[in-house]
Design a protein around this ligand. Structure first.
Ligand SMILES: Nc1ncnc2c1ncn2[C@@H]1O[C@H](COP(=O)(O)OP(=O)(O)OP(=O)(O)O)[C@@H](O)[C@H]1O
Length: 331
């Protein structure tokens, strides 16, 4: 295992005005981003937002048009093999040699990344394969997309790198394997590794990410912690009171400050409304406790906050146009 993780004083990743254009086409525009050591950062954005471009710039697979990038305190351009060995990388467009077995591919890639084929690494390969339910004895060409992706995950994690850079890592994985993957990310973070992982949907990163950076059309349009996003997103709430309470739907919605309230069929023959509650759970409890109809409450539903909806507001062209890069999620 590496001994120099969490000892660095510089961020694991630092970009300043990082820009990449493809001819006249914009790939990434002026990215300023610090990813702290030991942090899990979810890098999300719709197709074509510039996620893979950023990742390739971090790994010196692409060169910036302008701006700077530092990875583990070094310039990826000059860091060479020494720097690469400290990084576990899963490519978004993973291509595997068709005839090689999973075991051979992992062996080759771990050798290239500098992890010698010692007993610790061999044990780690077998452990990862077992946890991911991956048969290493089969040639890559006979594997499904999800099983190929597992090979990519094994080779990224096997040498316990200081920094994991993962491009759409859960692509093709079934929900059970996704849970195993999230556990691997949490374990890596627990030992002090930094994880930079891209996705186009937040639900894939919210379980593990400390912060989420939202990219759209090559620009960083939001950077927030998951709790901040959660606090700023609304939750779907339904309340139902006894018919005998004589409370109308408008009063119910007003007492709870529900947004976009609509009348719903009442399960128990009373009055039922549904709407979005934008505050914290404690605010909802306080409003319920203060409501004149609280003794007549028959049913209550309060769903988990919809982070997807909160983030989708940033994807909408109108919301992004005037926002500055890095601006926090508004309330
Ligand atoms: N080699 C290239 N030549 C020209 N344009 C490119 C090239 N690579 C990327 N682009 C363009 O740059 C923009 C950003 O692409 P990028 O692949 O970084 O986005 P992404 O966020 O990773 O998207 P996805 O989620 O679809 O993988 C897109 O408009 C894309 O068409």
């Amino acid at each position: 295992m590496s001994t120099h993780r969490t000892t660095g004083t510089t961020p694991a990743i630092r970009t300043r005005a990082l820009t990449k254009t493809y001819g006249t086409h914009r790939g990434l525009s002026g990215l300023d981003l610090d990813v702290e050591r030991g942090e899990v950062l979810g890098f999300i954005g719709p197709n074509g937002a510039g996620k893979s471009t950023t990742i390739r710039l971090l790994l010196d697979l692409l060169r910036p048009t302008s701006g700077t990038v530092e990875v583990l305190g070094q310039d990826p351009r000059t860091g060479g093999a020494g720097l690469r060995r400290r990084i576990g990388y899963l490519a978004g467009d993973l291509v595997l040699p068709e005839r090689m077995t999973g075991a051979r591919v992992v062996d080759l890639l771990t050798t290239l990344s500098g992890a010698r084929g010692d007993a610790t690494v061999r044990r780690r390969v077998l452990d990862l394969a077992e946890r991911l339910d991956l048969d290493l004895s089969r040639p890559s060409r006979t594997l499904s997309k999800g099983n190929r992706q597992k090979i990519g995950i094994v080779q990224a994690f096997v040498h316990d790198p200081e920094l994991l850079v993962l491009d759409e890592p859960t692509s093709g994985l079934d929900p059970l394997v996704q849970q195993t993957f999230h556990a691997l990310v949490r374990e890596a973070a627990a030992r002090g590794a930094t994880v930079f992982m891209s996705s186009h949907i937040i639900s894939e990163v919210e379980q593990t990410a400390d912060r989420v950076a939202v990219l759209r059309e090559g620009r960083l349009i939001a950077l927030a912690t998951v709790p901040e996003l959660r606090a700023r997103s609304s939750r779907h709430v339904e309340v139902e009171v006894d018919a005998g309470a004589g409370v109308g739907p408008d009063a119910l919605a007003a007492d709870l400050a529900l947004q976009g309230a609509a009348v719903r069929p009442a399960v128990h023959g009373g009055t039922r409304v549904a709407g979005e509650f934008p505050g914290e759970p404690a605010d909802l409890v306080a409003r319920l406790a203060a409501a004149p109809w609280r003794e007549s409450l028959r049913d209550l539903v309060a769903e988990a906050p919809d982070l997807e909806a909160a983030v989708l507001r940033f994807y909408a062209p109108s919301s992004a146009a005037d926002r500055q890069p890095g601006e926090q999620v508004p309330a």
